[in-house]
Design a protein around this ligand. Structure first.
Ligand SMILES: O=C(O)CCC(=O)C(=O)O
Length: 247
């Protein structure tokens, strides 16, 4: 089924990363987690890794060579702009996740209500699996079209919605959990309801990047001002790759 960002609140972009880009990123992410596993990092860096299995993108420079971490930010910004048009990568809202414990999966939520992204509206999550997902390893399950109805809702206390609540408000046929290959991207609106895809086994092992990109005018200005990292040109929209897929 073909998804459209505007109407479905989600889109799949096959081959969002080239094989070479994917290899570099997967290696860097693996090295970041290996650093933490070997006891590296200060208490706050280790805390998010231990509690939720993530490294904030702003902390990656403490886990791998800082120039590699900056390269990753540049690459993600460039690919986001290439795919979504003029946009700004919200680096402090991006993270790398390694899911090894099923109990640390994420329940139904929207990034807007549960992830603190509402000040950046409109915002999209470019979810990049660094492992094939949807069969052996969990994909992200989302409710197609939910972004429209979720917009009017006040922020919930916990940001989490129960399965019963979702079943009551949305037809089961609107739920999708795409199969994605390494290098593919699942892009979704920050108002789209989503969770870690449930699988009928407890063993999981997957890495992914949550890459949050805003189109809020104030941040677009920022992306194209002097605040861009010294020596780096801001990303320019190039001939779009499959842009029609994500309208
Ligand atoms: O990695 C997952 O399973 C869920 C990702 C997610 O909820 C998010 O990126 O907001």
């Amino acid at each position: 089924m073909r998804l459209r960002l505007q109407t479905d609140g989600a889109a799949i972009v096959r081959g969002f990363l080239s094989d070479q880009e994917f290899g570099r990123i997967a290696e860097m992410a693996g090295n970041g987690f290996a650093f933490l596993e070997a006891g590296g990092g200060d208490a706050s860096l280790r805390e998010t890794w231990i509690s939720v299995g993530t490294i904030w993108l702003t902390n990656l420079e403490h886990c791998v060579a800082p120039e590699l971490a900056l390269d990753l930010v540049t690459l993600l910004s460039r690919e986001a702009t290439r795919t979504l048009g003029l946009s700004h990568l919200v680096v402090n809202m991006c993270s790398i996740r390694r899911l090894t414990d099923w109990h640390k999966r994420l329940e139904w939520h929207t990034d807007y209500h549960g992830g603190g992204t509402h000040p950046y509206d409109p915002l999209f999550n470019i979810w990049l699996p660094l492992t094939a997902v949807g069969r052996e390893q969990p994909s992200v399950e989302l409710v197609r079209g939910s972004h429209r109805r979720m917009r009017g809702r006040p922020p919930s206390e916990t940001g989490v919605y129960t399965d019963e609540w979702v079943a009551e408000h949305f037809p089961p046929t609107d739920r999708i959990a795409p199969e994605l290959a390494p290098g593919d991207a699942l892009i979704f609106d920050h108002l789209t309801l989503h969770r870690t895809q449930p699988l009928d086994r407890e063993m999981v092992s997957r890495m992914s990047i949550e890459c949050r990109v805003t189109r809020h005018p104030a941040y677009l200005v920022l992306s194209h001002s002097s605040s861009w990292p010294a020596g780096k040109s801001p990303p320019q929209p190039r001939s779009p790759r499959a842009r029609h897929d994500v309208q």
